[in-house]
Write a protein that binds this ligand. Structure first.
Ligand SMILES: NC(=O)c1ccc[n+]([C@@H]2O[C@H](COP(=O)([O-])OP(=O)(O)OC[C@H]3O[C@@H](n4cnc5c(N)ncnc54)[C@H](OP(=O)(O)O)[C@@H]3O)[C@@H](O)[C@H]2O)c1
Length: 333
């Protein structure tokens, strides 16, 4: 079967199409005929080695995390799915990849595809949906009436997170560039700051929750807009010691993460607020809940561009430019 793999960790020239044998299943895994693969920035970062200390791959490894497709075979211990089921899943952190004609999907990473979505739409959801869910619902426990700041509202995370925060009853502020103002308003953002014209920290006040989606000094500036008991959940770092503990890292790495995040944690604490780093994890139960919100139309997928499988490398390069309006998806068949 055809797959897009990386052969070694390097900044370039390490990604290629190849022919792989059909994978052999473990008892808790399923073989899935992949119809579409939603891309995330992490998919381009993994082959460069950015996640080498946290994510284990046996090289050569198949690229890609999110997928939607049809189950063709199930392992002996799989109970919730059968051949013929249409599913969507995130393979992030499971050591396997999705940019292939067939993918090995652990049962615990999959949920039934929402019937109203096509494969491209469904494949665009798992990582951004799970990340937003785990940050806003699980970690920050957003409540009706709270004020939530979601920077980069036009990105993959932003387009989903705005809709989820609105569903949770929050008042949502976001940043975007001029051309994307209408898009983020259509998703429900109450306050839209055109970051080309204004700086968010001069406009926003008394926020309960900030979702950290933009690298650079945006996280530091976010502390200034928080309420005294507010919280920042960062997706872009710095990683904290709690992250090191949950990944089972050694004392040295936990110490390093503690140092990296110490300053921002102290700045937040001075205001009586909290900082934490979130690293998304697969969760089929949460994905099924997200599927229900998609089925009833509470949340809609936002797709920027669809590439054929043969152009998967171009799709990754397009995503890496950081200007996608919603999601970039590779259509496999
Ligand atoms: N920790 C985790 O578990 C986790 C999980 C998922 C994602 N992430 C991280 O979260 C970040 C966001 O992911 P994503 O999927 O949303 O990325 P993305 O889709 O590639 O983001 C692109 C969007 O970001 C906007 N943008 C770029 N710079 C901006 C700025 N300074 N202010 C406002 N908007 C800006 C762009 O809009 P304009 O063209 O208008 O600038 C574009 O629409 C990435 O760094 C990703 O690696 C982390």
């Amino acid at each position: 079967m055809k797959a897009l793999i990386f052969t070694r960790y390097a900044k370039s020239d390490n990604i290629a199409f190849t022919d792989l044998p059909r994978p052999i299943l473990k008892p808790d895994e399923m073989l899935v005929e992949v119809h579409a693969v939603g891309l995330n920035p992490v998919d381009a970062m993994i082959p460069k080695g950015s996640f080498k200390p946290f994510l284990r791959f046996q090289l050569p490894a198949t690229l890609g995390s999110d997928l939607a497709g049809v189950v063709t075979e199930v392992g002996s211990r799989v109970t919730r799915f059968k051949p013929g089921d249409a599913i969507f899943a995130s393979l992030f952190d499971s050591g396997t990849g999705s940019l292939a004609e067939y993918a090995v999907v652990p049962e615990k990473a999959a949920a039934l595809k929402p019937s109203n979505l096509d494969f491209v739409q469904a494949a665009s959801i798992p990582m951004v949906g799970l990340t937003a869910w785990q940050a806003l619902k699980e970690r920050a426990r957003v409540k009706p009436g709270q004020k939530v700041f979601i920077p980069a509202g036009s990105g993959g995370i932003g387009t989903f997170a705005i809709q989820l925060a609105k569903h949770l009853g929050a008042k949502v502020a976001t940043t975007t560039s001029t051309g994307n103002v209408d898009l983020v308003r259509s998703l429900g953002a109450d306050e839209v700051i055109d970051y080309k014209k204004q700086e968010f920290e001069t406009v926003l006040r008394d926020y309960d929750v900030v979702l950290g989606t933009v690298k650079g000094d945006s996280i530091k500036k976010s502390v200034g807009i928080l309420k005294s008991n507010g919280s920042i959940v960062s997706l872009v770092g710095p990683p904290d010691a709690a992250f090191g503990r949950t990944r089972g890292m050694n004392f040295f790495m936990k110490f390093v993460f503690g140092l990296l995040s110490g300053k921002i944690i102290r700045q937040a604490r001075k205001k009586g607020a909290a900082y934490s780093f979130l690293f998304v994890h697969p969760d089929s139960g949460q994905l099924a809940e997200i599927g229900k919100l998609l089925t009833v139309g509470t949340i809609r997928p936002v797709i920027d561009k669809v590439f054929p499988f043969e152009q998967a490398k171009e799709a990754l390069a397009y995503l890496e430019k950081g200007r996608a309006k919603g999601k970039v998806v590779v259509q496999m068949r």
